[in-house]
Design a protein around this ligand. Structure first.
Ligand code: SF4
Ligand code: SF4
Ligand code: SF4
Length: 260
């Protein structure tokens, strides 16, 4: 979509209002390694590219909640996600039971295994993302490769996107998250009070030719690839396995698939 000067000024105006209201600079980083995310992808020769990035999680290979701990740790360490006790926690990757994960999947006689299993939850990078439609500043936007991004510099903390996301995939920083980061990764920015954040499909790693941190930590149990390429590994896995997506009847078209 082409952004006109008029659209830009509209966005800049709303953003300026948010800044005046006290949002201020949303990010801090100790090294110069962080580059703000843009609508256009890194075109360096090492970067991984796709028409539409997607993920397939083989939940049969995980045998309980504890099996997901290394994945969550890898994600949260890499992205300076704080560990805040209580109900105002910030999470990019977490777990839920079958009914919380697939509430629209009415299985009267659910398999015992599925009943007791845990499922990893993250932003679905929806192909039709309601969070993007409701954001007044375009702080959240969909990239050409399908990744739904956050530009925390533009976020005014209105939380419309949280209301718009039917998956609870976004967290709001009710308080300064920095004191709750155990060991800061200096190559990734920390955030401040008053902004929203979520999983980014590890765009910073894709730009360096690496797979997402949780995919690497899963040791083959999660496959990440190009849904837009009929010959990709992820498309072959989808063709050969029965998968579920979260709340598909809402029309958001999630890019995360679960083999049950
Ligand atoms: S899961 Fe929620 S936050 Fe992620 S793209 Fe979909 S609507 Fe947006
Ligand atoms: S809180 Fe969400 S909807 Fe509001 S500006 Fe930030 S990203 Fe956009
Ligand atoms: S894709 Fe990256 S950001 Fe998203 S949950 Fe996995 S490790 Fe975290």
């Amino acid at each position: 979509m082409k952004t006109t000067r008029r659209d830009f000024l509209k966005v800049a105006g709303v953003t300026a209002l948010g800044m005046a209201a006290g949002a201020g600079p949303a990010l801090a980083y100790s090294k110069g390694a962080y580059l703000p995310h843009t609508e256009h992808m890194d075109t360096g020769h090492d970067h991984l590219a796709a028409k539409r990035w997607g993920m397939v999680i083989d939940t049969r290979a995980f045998h309980g909640e504890a099996d997901y701990a290394p994945l969550i740790e890898a994600c949260h360490k890499e992205h300076n996600v704080p560990t805040i006790p209580g109900t105002q926690d910030v999470k990019w990757l977490w777990t839920g039971g079958f009914h919380a994960t697939f509430p629209h999947n009415h299985q009267e006689f659910l398999a015992e295994r599925a009943h007791h299993a845990a499922y990893p939850l993250l932003c679905n990078h929806c192909d039709n993302p309601p969070c993007v439609r409701v954001c007044p500043t375009q702080a959240t936007f969909k990239r050409e490769d399908g990744i739904v991004m956050m530009d925390m510099h533009r976020c005014i903390g209105c939380r419309f996107c949280m209301a718009g996301c039917p998956y609870g995939s976004r967290s709001f920083n009710f308080q300064d998250p920095r004191p709750f980061i155990a060991e800061e990764n200096l190559a990734y920015p920390t955030r401040m009070k008053g902004v929203v954040e979520k999983c980014t499909f590890c765009t910073e790693r894709l730009a360096e030719g690496k797979m997402p941190a949780c995919v690497e930590a899963s040791e083959g149990k999660i496959v990440f690839g190009d849904l837009g390429d009929p010959d990709s590994e992820i498309r072959h896995i989808l063709a050969e396995n029965f998968t579920l997506r979260r709340k598909p009847d809402l029309g958001t078209s999630p890019s995360v698939f679960y083999i049950i």
